[in-house]
Design a protein around this ligand. Structure first.
Ligand code: ADP
Length: 205
């Protein structure tokens, strides 16, 4: 988040003179207390300033990077997850390739009869499945998918930073987001490298 000119000025005053009351900050800027209120609210909500009753505003000592990183640490998977593309594990490799193109995704998730997660199918899995295979319309994706228990998953309440770490550690592009429904691991979302890149861009903007 970028601070506007007035917020930068407030920050400077509080750094030099804090703890300082809102009234005194307003005096120094020749503005009314009411005009400053939204800026002070933004500065306290984003963690730059703290306010104590009868004492006033003081600088928390957080630099921009620290504020950013504390914001990133508070984001959870459900804040940024996107829609998963699910196919039955009996779907043919051919159909899976068509689905991947139509849905414009890099990973598909295969589900079993009870709609639970059964496997992960990536682009390379599909390439591997087509090499030397003349029968991709008949071969089910269950033959080439990565299956349980080898699947790395995450839950809606996990921290995004945890999911990001898993993507790096396991060298994979996405994680299925799972919700247990009556003992079945239902895929309710997916976290991809794109989701994570978008968070960074949004924070910077
Ligand atoms: P690509 O194959 O396009 O490079 P990935 O890096 O995501 O995409 O996949 C590499 C391998 O890891 C594939 O065999 C895929 O099935 C597997 N894989 C992908 N996501 C997961 C996951 N969440 N858990 C376990 N294995 C995965």
């Amino acid at each position: 988040m970028e601070l506007n000119d007035r917020q930068e000025k407030i920050l400077k005053i509080v750094k030099q003179h804090g703890p300082i009351t809102g009234r005194k900050i307003a005096e120094q800027l020749s503005l009314t207390r009411a005009t400053l209120r939204p800026d002070l609210a933004i500065l306290t909500m984003s963690g730059y300033l703290d306010a104590r009753p009868r004492v006033g505003y003081f600088y928390t000592g957080k630099e921009t990077e620290e504020v950013m990183s504390s914001k990133i640490r508070n984001i959870i998977v459900s804040d940024v997850q996107s829609v998963p593309i699910l196919i039955k594990k009996e779907t043919s490799i051919y159909e899976a390739i068509v689905t991947m193109f139509l849905e414009d995704v890099g990973t598909l998730y295969a589900i079993d009869e009870s709609n639970g997660l059964a496997g992960v199918i990536s682009r390379k899995d599909l390439l591997r499945g087509t090499m030397g295979n003349n029968d991709i319309e008949k071969t089910p994706v269950s033959v080439i998918m990565t299956r349980k228990p080898g699947i790395t998953i995450c839950y809606p309440n996990d921290l995004l930073i945890y999911a990001a770490n898993q993507l790096i550690e396991k060298q994979i592009d996405s994680l299925p987001v799972i919700e247990e429904q009556e003992g079945v691991e239902v895929v309710i979302g997916r976290i991809t490298k794109t989701n994570i890149a978008r968070v960074f861009v949004n924070l910077m903007e």
